[in-house]
Design a protein around this ligand. Structure first.
Ligand code: OAD
Length: 252
């Protein structure tokens, strides 16, 4: 589906979104790369996105890793180093305040940067894994390692096997438990807030639709129209660090 044409948001949209959020007992927040853009972490698509300069099939597939683990690791280690310097922005922080106020809230993120956790959000599902997690391709043991740069590329497990980034690559299934938790939250949510995602990657992009089909009110925050826009109840046009705090403070 083509993205809808860019339309400015109606000034009453923020007020409508605030009113629905204020009443909500169950909230699902879905985030994508755009929420971390103002922390200095690049997005994937668009003129400055990572997929302009790099091809996913060279760097983000199991086949690429099998072919050249060092090349893949160099790219991930570079991303780990740049994310290590990034700090949560006002949008991540506002979501912590919202979590403290709403009886049941879940943040589902497609991001692998760990910035929701760094901001202090307690319930986060990392649907696409984490840059900070490493997994052995032989014994499957996972470990957390926040050193950036890593001392050895490609890194090795204590068992001698190769360690791979603990992220989901193209062609791989998403973690079952993470998916189950996310779609359960979608079934329960009265309000879904979707921040900074182009909504082109499934199954993440199906979450707001699943929630809406059982009555949720869907709020989109994004400077641009996306594939989600046609089904969103309100589309707020602007950046995450500007609009998420405005929405959360308004509903407080
Ligand atoms: P994209 O790069 O596809 O989309 C980023 C979205 O953020 C776009 O819709 C932008 O308009 C929006 N955006 C940019 N700056 C923003 C800002 N300051 N505030 C709010 N929004 C802003 O990133 P994702 O949708 O997260 O998967 O991409 C989904 C998945 O595709 C990623 O998790 C990754 C990628 O390939 C894997 O690597 C498996």
């Amino acid at each position: 589906m083509m993205p809808a044409p860019l339309l400015p948001s109606d000034p009453s949209d923020l007020a409508r979104a605030v009113a629905r959020l204020r009443e909500a007992m169950h909230v699902l927040v879905l985030t994508g790369a755009g929420i971390s853009a103002e922390s200095g972490v690049p997005t994937f698509r668009g003129p400055e996105g990572l997929w302009r300069d790099f091809r996913p099939e060279d760097l983000a597939t199991a086949e690429a890793f099998e072919r050249d683990p060092r090349l893949v690791w160099e790219w991930y280690d570079w991303r780990r180093q740049s994310v290590a310097e990034a700090r949560p922005n006002a949008a991540h922080v506002a979501l912590v305040r919202l979590e403290n106020r709403v009886p049941e809230m879940l943040v589902v993120t497609q991001n692998v940067d760990g910035l929701h956790g760094a901001a202090g959000t307690r319930r986060v599902v990392e649907l696409h894994g984490s840059l900070w997690r490493l997994r052995c391709v032989d014994c499957r043991q996972e470990q957390d390692d926040r050193r950036a740069p890593l001392p050895e590329l490609p890194p090795r497990c204590a068992c001698g096997g190769l360690l791979r980034p603990g992220v989901v690559w193209f062609g791989e299934a998403l973690p079952q438990q993470a998916l189950f938790e996310s779609f359960t939250a979608a079934q329960r949510a009265e309000v879904v807030i979707v921040v900074g995602t182009s909504s082109v990657v499934y199954p993440s992009a199906a979450l707001p639709q699943a929630a809406k089909s059982v009555g949720a009110f869907v709020i989109e925050i994004n400077p641009e129209a996306t594939n989600l826009t046609p089904i969103a109840d309100v589309s707020l046009r602007g950046t995450a660090a500007g609009l998420v705090p405005a929405l959360v403070e308004g509903a407080a």
